[in-house]
Design a protein around this ligand. Structure first.
Ligand code: P1T
Length: 383
């Protein structure tokens, strides 16, 4: 990282891991698109043997990610879910895992299908501190928080939960995908691991699928590195390079995502066809004060309930022109989606409805286009 560790966020985002190439002076890092590395004698090499274990482009990305999340270590994988897979493999069989009850549908599916026979999962509302305290005191090996949650944007008190977890020897992991390291730093707040789907805001251009963890704990990093190398879901050199490039504009992108989302949330809150808008930056959000305290901005995600049924929701989703009807989030372009049919279809209907994920719920990933155009698009679709 050179001397950028004491610098501001965007300076670190642009420079960490970005030292000019020693051989050529290239200002942008080379894409080391190689699977293997020559050895001068068996076992004698320059630190690189095989790209599943190490790759210089990926090392630069990991150096950068640790810097922007303010941790000592970062490790990447080829998708967000494959990183969760490594974390679940890191725990001994029979571990007790507490998870927020409103997590990304794919995370829920991984917990309740692939790992349901290996570990013991309990899903709770992690916004309820006394409920969290109770389950932690009963004994747990890991607590998995998403804050804000996907898609109902519930905010959990990261510092308090991390401190309760420390007292009970429970590992705390925070899925920080929705905020990105620009607006929230879970490890600085006391959590053991910050987790990200790099696919979203960090890369920011909807052209890579990737995952990462950042931590100060060397033992956790080493265990996950061994699993990454043994199981093999490594991020490719080209994807690593694209994410490294995307991160350079993370600060300005997040500011614009949040400014646009605030205006759109306020527009929707006044609209007669909308029953309820959920956005952490609205005073009406149940954890608005907590959000303002632990995040430095409110992000680009908005969820709203239409005053209508699934058919009215379908019409809105079909009528938008600028918002693309698509899964995923966090790119520069605005996306709209229907969680019950799309991203959270793997969550059973009764579980979905118990957490407020009804058929009239629509999720927006607000991009960085001109906000007037986005508002006009929504106004037209809601007419
Ligand atoms: O898609 P992948 O990179 O494997 O990341 C999974 C993931 C993890 N955590 C959160 C909070 C996520 O939102 C996701 C992926 N989410 C979507 C694809 C979505 O549209 O919600």
């Amino acid at each position: 990282m050179g001397n950028s560790s004491n610098k501001g966020f965007s300076t670190r985002a642009i420079h960490a891991g970005g030292q000019p190439d020693k051989e050529t002076g290239a200002v942008m890092p080379p894409i080391y698109q190689t699977s293997t590395y020559v050895q001068s004698s068996p076992g004698e090499h320059k630190g690189y043997e095989y790209t599943r274990s190490h790759n210089p482009t990926r090392s630069r990305l990991e150096e950068n990610l640790a810097s922007i999340e303010q941790t000592s270590y970062a490790l990447t994988t080829a998708s967000g879910l494959s990183m969760i897979d490594l974390i679940m493999h890191m725990l001994p069989a029979g571990s007790k895992i507490i998870s927020g009850d409103d997590v990304y549908g794919g995370t829920y599916r991984l917990f309740t299908t692939v790992f349901q026979d290996r570990h013991d999962f309990t899903f709770i509302d992690t916004t309820d501190l006394s409920a969290v305290k109770k389950v932690l005191e009963e004994g747990a090996d890991l607590i998995w928080l998403e804050s804000p949650t996907n898609p109902t944007l519930k905010i959990s008190d990261i510092a308090s939960i991390a401190s309760l977890a420390k007292n009970t020897n429970t590992l705390s992991v925070v899925d920080n995908t929705f905020m990105s390291p620009y607006f929230q730093n879970p490890v600085v707040l006391g959590a053991d691991i910050a987790y990200h789907s790099l696919t979203k805001f960090i890369n920011g251009h909807s052209d890579v699928v990737g995952g990462a963890i950042m931590t100060n704990d060397e033992t956790i990093y080493n265990k996950l590195f061994i699993l990454q190398n043994s199981i093999g879901p490594c991020a490719s050199p080209f994807d690593s390079w694209l994410v490294l490039r995307g991160i350079k504009t993370l600060g300005v992108r997040m500011q614009r995502h949040a400014e646009n989302a605030q205006q759109i949330a306020e527009f929707l809150e006044k609209h007669s066809r909308i029953k309820k808008v959920i956005y952490p930056g609205l005073k009406s959000h149940p954890q608005h004060e907590l959000a303002a305290a632990q995040m430095s901005g409110f992000g680009g995600m908005i969820t709203f309930y239409l005053d209508g049924d699934i058919e009215s929701a379908r019409k809105v989703l079909e009528r938008v022109k600028l918002f693309a009807l698509a899964e995923s989030l966090g790119g520069v372009e605005s996306l709209i989606e229907h969680p019950a049919i799309m991203t959270h279809a793997s969550v059973p209907k009764e579980v979905r409805e118990s957490i407020g994920l009804y058929d009239n719920l629509i999720r927006l990933s607000v991009g960085i286009e001109d906000v007037e155009d986005l508002i006009n698009d929504l106004r037209g679709a809601l007419q």
